[in-house]
Write a protein that binds this ligand. Sequence first.
Ligand SMILES: [Fe+2]
Length: 205
Amino acid sequence: MKNAIYLLFPYPVMVCAKNYEFSSAEKNYICELEMANNTGNLMSKNDKILDSKELSDLKLFIDEQILIFKKNLLGIKDANEIYITQSWVNRSKPGEFHPKHKHPNSVISGVMFFDENKDGSLPPIRFHRTLEMFPLEFEFDNLNESNAGCRSFETVQGGLILFPSLLEHDVAKNESDRVRTSISFNTYVRGAVGSGRKLTEINIA
Ligand SMILES: [Fe+2]
């Protein structure tokens, strides 16, 4: 008989089944965005890029995937709408990186990879365990879902990953000779949350 293993209270990360195909107009718009310095890399000065008419098809695609994550995976009730707040472009030139961070004041965040990466030379995004399991740094014979403190996802053009915004992530130093570009966004919620009887009710407009 096999032992039953339960991975309790996971942080769900969704790699969308379909990769988005950027039109040449969208590629041009993204490539021509004005960039500003960020810690370790660059980010677009525009922090509402998905509100632009040039990226309206991309926003539709992302909104659809957010709805799948919210409704089918998390089962959050229809009364709560999850909508995109800020959206921006990150750019790591060779030698640059994206330090470990999370996205406060957001519910679900996402990242979409922009570049072709057939040779796999662009660094992956890495998610990190939020709560340490033990107060000791064990060495493991092999890594699996039970013991890993870090999980990488390869950069695939048009690939979209959705995750709870408080899940920490980073991107290692770009060791390739190409620029790594990604699109990120945050979301928030509208509608009533909590319960009047429990004195936890809040109505978020
Ligand atoms: Fe991020």
